[in-house]
Design a protein around this ligand. Structure first.
Ligand code: ATP
Ligand code: MG
Length: 182
């Protein structure tokens, strides 16, 4: 008899969600992008900015993960505004996304603080240079990209830990923790 028990894991990432007004504007931008690039626009409720992607984490480690986030919160990263000013296209993975011309220092501080604390706690993740991007259309084929008439700006006051995967029979994201900025 095979008595091996498969470890239960969840696919998780830290992210920032736009506020309601920015979410609406980003969804409209995704619609415009889809019209010029084909592909499949992100569902409005799924539009987000990833901070750190962890991938599969043992459910037994989720408490430790939240503890890391608590420490980062307690260190007091300053709140900041995020301004979407640009639309870009990555040909290699056919993703059209919203980006920013100047990455806010608060965002860099938060991503760095999370990466350092996660690394120190023994969590594995991809340590590539952080390129803030908000995926708007997948499987895109963009020849031209629409201009933004004005930036889409929102005040970032918290970050979230999100579970990625099936929930209620459909794939999506489920927030499992949230932490305020200072
Ligand atoms: P799907 O993979 O089913 O198309 P998704 O990409 O939205 O959906 P995930 O793959 O779980 O869902 O990714 C969650 C978030 O983490 C997304 O913002 C995604 O761009 C980002 N992400 C996924 N894999 C990586 C990775 N290896 N490095 C950095 N970010 C990643
Ligand atoms: Mg993915």
């Amino acid at each position: 008899m095979n008595t091996a028990v498969k470890e239960e894991t969840v696919r998780v990432f830290f992210a920032i969600w736009p506020d309601a007004a920015a979410q609406k504007q980003l969804a409209e931008l995704a619609e415009r992008l889809e019209a010029v690039c084909d592909g499949r626009k992100a569902r409005v409720e799924n539009i987000h900015l990833t901070l750190v992607f962890l991938g599969e984490v043992s459910v037994d480690r989720l408490d430790a993960l939240c503890h890391v986030a608590n420490k980062v919160r307690d260190a007091g990263v300053q709140a900041f505004d995020f301004a979407v000013e640009e639309v870009h296209y990555w040909k290699h993975n056919r993703i059209a996304y919203a980006g920013t011309a100047k990455v806010p220092q608060g965002l860099l501080d938060l991503a760095n603080a999370l990466q350092s604390a996660l690394f120190a706690a023994g969590f594995a993740f991809d340590r590539q240079a952080y390129v803030p991007h908000i995926t708007l259309v997948r499987k895109a084929r963009c020849q031209a990209l629409p201009e933004l008439a004005q930036p889409i700006v929102w005040p970032v006051r918290e970050w979230v830990l999100v579970k990625s995967g099936q929930a209620n029979g459909r794939s999506g994201y489920t927030p499992i923790g949230r932490w305020p900025l200072t």
